[in-house]
Design a protein around this ligand. Structure first.
Ligand code: TRP
Length: 448
């Protein structure tokens, strides 16, 4: 095993929090949160998701960050360096596989956002209003080559950023782009809430129908969304933790990111669901939900045709910063193992991901007839990666930090000391987190 390379560090605590928010905030907060919440009936799903963020996502995020900070190795080596010679040396690969799988469909949706940006800026998006945005979306998605072109463009951009090592510039840019996106989403929520009939959407999001608790699928989806939206389970935070200084108050940073990410999603929900109900849409429309609803809200918004291009530009930018973190993690392994240069690793890994993602890009067009386990290809890849691979990687991290790493090293690595917080954190990692994930995983695989 090679020696750890000379390691960079974050310039400041704020820099770390902002970069981490850049990775966490993305399509997951707007596009995925809306579609999965809509498919799972709203309020009860939201509650279970929030509980999972707090009890499973946050402790795991702290564990990943502290693994990175303690070992200062890449996401695969981090395990092996603390537990040499055994199976632990290979478990980090689960996260790498998840990164590749997620990026393969994430780039497709990022391409949709880019297409909408160009449509909004050029005006074609507004002319389509007559036929309704369902028709606009269907027309775009059915044009067989188009989604692939936009997907390829987004991957090209991500490869240029990762290959050029200009991540820092991207981080600096996202520190003002993300607040702008948050402000626009908040504005859209205000507009959506004033539409006649919007109250039903608020009720959908906040008035629980407890009978939904009996549906096992809800827990699988809520766990997947918690992992996806935080970006846990894929080793991004092991890499980010390795740039942390030993004095950073890691739990505080992690909690800030989790809170910011979750608030963002709820505000996006407050923009989308009231509008869905006010405009007579179907909350369970699937992955296209946000792309049908948001243009409608923009049309109802005074100045919406000006805000529209800005919104879709920012959404594309948010997607890009998340793609950068995923592509960086996936190609880091190629750099270290194969000795490839930054540029070469980023380009070739992006190309492979492009090829892998083509079926997802076509899954609502020419491949609409093909289904995997009853779902369109894109939905199925998303579910497999988010609901199985990410929780599995999380389970591994929980067991490793909870049981394999010496207790004191684990707690002090996280910066938690001997107090109650450290004890609660470690206990969560040891018992409830692995137990909950294992139960849900076994169930989703049909073994329970
Ligand atoms: N969290 C991002 C989003 O919500 C996506 C993302 C970035 C991600 N890094 C990740 C998802 C790591 C899973 C794992 O859009």
């Amino acid at each position: 095993m090679s020696e750890p390379r000379q390691h960079e560090q974050w310039g400041s605590n704020l820099g770390f929090v902002l970069a981490t928010i850049g990775s966490a905030v993305g399509l997951g907060n707007i596009w995925r949160f809306a579609y999965v919440t809509g498919e799972n009936g709203g309020a009860v799903f939201l509650l279970v998701y929030l509980a999972f963020v707090l009890v499973i996502g946050l402790p795991l995020m702290i564990a990943e960050l502290s693994l990175g900070r303690t070992t200062r190795r890449d996401p695969v080596q981090a395990f092996g360096s603390l537990a040499p010679g055994g199976a632990w040396a290979h478990v980090g690969w689960v996260g790498v596989v998840a990164a590749v799988a997620i990026l393969s469909f994430y780039s497709v949706i990022a391409g949709w956002a880019l297409k909408y940006f160009v449509g909004a800026a050029g005006g074609t998006l507004w002319e389509a209003a007559g036929g309704g945005y369902g028709a606009y979306f269907d027309g775009f998605i059915a044009a067989s080559g188009e989604p692939i072109v936009w997907q390829g463009l987004m991957l090209l951009l991500a490869a240029l950023v990762v290959g050029g090592g200009v991540n820092q510039g991207i981080e600096r840019a996202s520190s003002w782009l993300m607040p702008m996106l948050a402000a626009i989403v908040l504005g859209l929520a205000v507009v959506a809430l004033t539409l006649p009939g919007s109250a039903e959407g608020v009720a959908f999001l906040f008035r629980p129908d407890w009978s939904a608790l009996a549906k096992p699928g809800l827990y699988i989806a809520a766990l997947g969304q918690a992992f996806f939206s935080l970006g846990v389970g894929m080793a991004v935070f092991i890499a980010y933790g390795s740039y942390l200084s030993p004095t950073t108050r890691l739990p505080v940073g992690a909690a800030t990111v989790a809170l910011g990410d979750t608030t963002f999603a709820i505000v996006a929900g407050l923009a989308i669901f009231p509008a869905v109900f006010a405009l007579g849409g179907d909350p369970a429309a699937g992955p296209q939900l946000a792309f049908i609803t948001i243009p409608q809200i923009l049309l109802e918004t005074p100045g919406g045709r000006i805000v529209g291009p800005v919104f879709f530009f920012l959404l594309s930018a948010a997607a890009l910063t998340s793609m950068v973190s995923l592509l960086d993690a996936a190609s880091a392994v190629a750099r270290h193992r194969l000795g490839w240069s930054r540029r070469r690793a980023a380009t070739l890994v992006a190309l492979a991901i492009f090829a892998l993602g083509t079926p997802s890009a076509l899954s609502y067009g020419v491949l609409a007839g093909v289904s995997l386990g009853g779902a369109p290809i894109l939905d199925a890849v998303d579910a497999a990666a988010s609901n199985v691979a990410l929780p599995l990687a999380g389970l591994i991290v929980a067991l490793f930090v909870g049981w394999r790493v010496p207790r004191l090293q684990a707690v002090s690595g996280a910066g938690l000391g001997r107090g109650t917080a450290g004890r609660v954190w470690l206990w969560l990692l040891r018992v409830p987190v692995p137990l909950a994930i294992a139960l849900i995983l076994l169930h989703s695989l049909g073994w329970l």
